[in-house]
Design a binder for this molecule. Structure first.
Ligand code: HEM
Length: 134
């Protein structure tokens, strides 16, 4: 059966503007985290050099949005939750992550309605990473 143009579903990855816009959001996010003292606790959990994190978060978000899945091929057996298993995420750092990501998406060219759905889903993911104090 022939495939018509209407059969080709646009993914959220296409709708945000692809890898260029994803990388823009990630760069805004780590720039904010690096410079704004409001995110000091979150920043202190990360290595001094954020270059690898910029690559990794952008790669994850590309796949999460339905784009290229290279991140999963490069991280066999890893999911984003298990990637945080050894990181002491508490409510404060999770809220800082959500706030910085919300600002970064809002400052990007992403359509506000789609951006709101993204931050809602990402907030749930970040909240799921919060570990109770042991
Ligand atoms: C809940 C708040 C969060 C905190 C405090 C946090 C913190 C961290 C830290 C400290 C690292 C390691 C960084 C380093 O090695 O320098 C990391 C890695 C990473 N985080 Fe988060 N994170 C949070 C939420 C998220 C969310 C919601 C996502 C996905 C949307 C995410 C995606 C990633 C990715 C892809 C990596 C790199 C994994 C790798 O390359 O092995 N993080 N995170």
């Amino acid at each position: 059966m022939a495939t018509s143009a209407s059969d080709v579903r646009e993914t959220p990855f296409d709708m945000v503007g692809g890898a260029t816009v994803v990388r823009q959001v990630v760069d805004l996010f780590y720039d904010l985290m690096d410079r704004d003292p409001a995110y000091a606790a979150l920043r202190s959990l990360h290595a001094p050099d954020l270059a690898l994190m910029r690559e990794s978060l952008a790669g994850f978000l590309n796949a999460w949005l339905g784009g290229p899945r290279d991140w999963f091929t490069e991280h066999p057996g890893v999911c984003v939750m298990s990637a945080h298993a050894k990181i002491r995420v508490d409510r404060e750092t999770a809220d800082q992550w959500i706030d910085a990501m919300g600002r970064s998406i809002a400052d990007s060219p992403i359509d506000p309605q789609l951006g709101a759905r993204m931050i809602e889903a990402l907030s749930g993911m970040a909240s799921g990473m919060v570990r109770s104090p042991s």
